[in-house]
Design a protein around this ligand. Structure first.
Ligand code: MLT
Length: 310
């Protein structure tokens, strides 16, 4: 049997490349190709597998020229950059690595919650600028505050666990969360409207689907408690960015910390430069540990599939 060929078109730990080679899979590592649609379309026909992160968009158009392709694997969780119906129509399997970066992403959400509560990024900028504005930065404690977790799956579940450790009261909205699991996590399962009305902090941990798009819509933002702080390390598109800006300007929402945006890369956004908004460039999964985990998982899963069909 001819050796399968895999293309890695986004930045992935070199561990993946080594595993492919060790397993007998030929691999081309072109980490900037995801940004070059034309070149990717020109060469995709030469490969049996495509390993990606978020930059590569696997569209119907790209798949049309991918005649050898058997598998697309996302080193990460969200597969919203892959046209799954188009892939299925072509018989191309789509894989992800649902566990490798969960702890890392949950930790980023907790870090953003602290950053918001104590205005750390603003205070950092001001202190570096020699201003010593000790009276400007009055924070709030997390202790005893209510955290509303929307989506208590892999990542949301870890956020619940860490927040319980911080002695927050944790309430979760997740139609798939069993009462038993909620009890194990130490959280109270609630409906969305109750979460919106009660939470001092809201953090999002759901995939972007037709059901979850705009879950924090203008209407739902209006149902939140005055002074709420919102964290999104999941996906852009889960909240209405213009409505969030209006709610921040009106002083209804006290702060927001966003790692993900409706349009990425986000080089311009309605929420940029707002004094009560903390932003990071989709860093949720960016730790050495998580990137090693997902690279290893992607390479093993793809090699298994390409070499044995399993
Ligand atoms: C994910 O879906 O796992 C993350 O968005 C991963 C990433 O940033 O690559």
């Amino acid at each position: 049997m001819a050796r399968p060929r895999v293309l890695v078109s986004d930045k992935l730990s070199e561990t993946a490349v080594q595993i492919f080679r060790d397993r007998g899979v030929d691999v081309d590592y072109l980490p900037d190709l995801g940004k070059d649609k034309e070149k990717l379309a020109r060469i995709i026909g030469d490969y049996d597998g495509l390993a990606i992160r978020s930059a590569t968009k696997v569209t119907e158009k790209l798949l049309a020229g991918a005649d050898r392709l058997k598998v697309v694997a996302r080193a990460g969780i969200g597969v919203d950059n892959v046209d799954i119906p188009a892939a299925s129509k072509k018989g191309v399997i789509v894989m992800n690595t649902p566990f490798g970066n969960s702890v890392t992403t949950a930790e980023h959400a907790i870090a953003l919650m602290f950053a918001l509560a104590r205005q750390i990024p603003e205070a950092n900028g001001s202190t570096h600028a020699g201003k010593w504005e000790k009276n400007r930065f009055m924070g709030v404690e997390l202790f005893n505050k209510t955290l509303g977790v929307i989506g208590a799956g892999n990542i949301g579940g870890i956020v619940c666990d860490r927040a319980v450790g911080l002695h927050m009261k944790v309430i979760a909205y997740d139609p798939f969360l069993s009462e038993e699991r909620a009890k194990t996590l130490g959280v109270t399962k609630v409906e969305l409207d109750e979460l919106l009305a009660r939470a001092d902090f809201i953090t999002l941990h759901v995939p972007l689907t037709d059901k979850t798009r705009n879950i924090l819509s203008r209407e739902n933002l209006a149902k939140t408690k005055k002074g709420v702080r919102i964290i999104n390390c999941a996906r852009g598109g889960l909240l209405d960015e213009a409505a969030l800006k209006d709610a921040l300007d009106a002083g209804h929402v006290a702060g927001a910390a966003l790692d993900v945006f409706e349009v990425e890369p986000a080089v311009d956004n309605v929420l940029f430069n707002h004094p009560n908004v903390v932003v990071t460039p989709h860093l949720g999964a960016s730790t050495t540990e998580a990137q090693e985990n997902v690279a290893l998982q992607v390479a093993e899963q793809m090699s298994d599939y390409l070499l044995t069909g399993a």
